[in-house]
Ligand binder design. Sequence first.
Ligand code: PLP
Length: 423
Amino acid sequence: MQIRDDGQIYLEGVSVEELASTYGTPLYVYEENRIRENYRRALSAFRKYYPDTRFFYAIKANNNLAVANILRQEGAGIDAASVNEILLAKELGLGGEDVMFSGNFLSDDDIRQGLESGVIFNLDDPVLLPRVLKYGTPELLSFRVNPGYGQCDIGAFVCNAGPEAKFGVHPDQVLGAYKAAKEAGVKRFGAHMMPGSSIRDPEYFGYVTGLIMDLIGKTSRELGIDFEFIDLGGGLGIPYKHENHVLDIDAAAAKMAGVFKQKIAEYGLKPPRLMMEPARYFVGDAGYIIGRVHTVKNSYKRIIGTDIGMNVLARPALYGAYHHIYVNRREAEERMPLNLCGQLCENTDLWVKDRPLPKGTTEGDLVVVENAGAYGFGMSYQYNGRLKPAEALVNGSKHYLVRRAETYQDLVALVNVPEYLKK
Ligand SMILES: *Cc1c(COP(=O)(O)O)cnc(C)c1O
């Protein structure tokens, strides 16, 4: 993103005015080159310390196939949270060991389809193993380990590991899980964890790596099995607030790879591939939402009414997430505390309170919401009969529509009214 001298906001080489007039608002926009830079920065940091590193992109963060294809071109595999995400990966031409299925609380149908798809199965608990074996024995199997500790800078509410989380194999059950898999005839093994999200402290990455490596080291020794890969999860953070520092990716990679190598030596492991499956770090800061101010109201407070409600961006209402906001052509103006909302009949939709925004912000202005590339569009919904927005991709001075906005027809397309109710 760039603010030019005349105050116009540009995403790569395209003004938000041009994007808004071409595609309408609200509009999600992704900067292709930023995604590529993010990926390359992270991969080169990790490969510097551990050459056998591979990234899988957790596609749930942004499953637009144009975005996912950018990461595929960069060399990423896919981490799928559901069977449909395995199918999305297939749409990218990825399958087999380029895809990891990290589903959670799976149904028998999920298990059967996951197994038939031939991707890497990453089981959330040993209780699932007998149900997998009903349909066949995977050659390669991974367990999602709960290392007993998790962290998240959005709050404990979003924490993915530790005693309060619903994810992963209890640390005391890890050995038993692999023992059962070995006895069932599984020949190849991997391990996985996903203990945190949006972390910007490099120390954390070294700490959690130590936790899983101790569990896997002991398991490997005890059972005499090798691990082909150990997936250290996602969680590489981005600063949502401007006063927050960026993650020192080189330091995070150095800590993780350092502990990884140290534990390989300590337990005499055959060196596994180091895998990670970040998402936010690749796409989060490459995405923006362009919205328009439709109504400014002066009541108890001055409220700026835009077309970006919690139906378009759920994170602030869902877990108090912060997203920075710019006003096109007004960033140089004097500021005053303002409130900003969307158009829903629901007061949580007043998602910006008393924030210093340009004083002159008025009807017709364009607002730009930052860091919307991850967990943005994917969490949007149709409440109040509002339609899901379009998505566009910018690359230099070129722009492309990568998902059309919904229409009224999409709102009613899946509904069926029994004949007798029409009388
Ligand atoms: C969502 C998710 C990720 C990505 O997390 P980020 O914090 O966005 O990097 C990685 N792994 C799994 C299993 C996930 O569910």
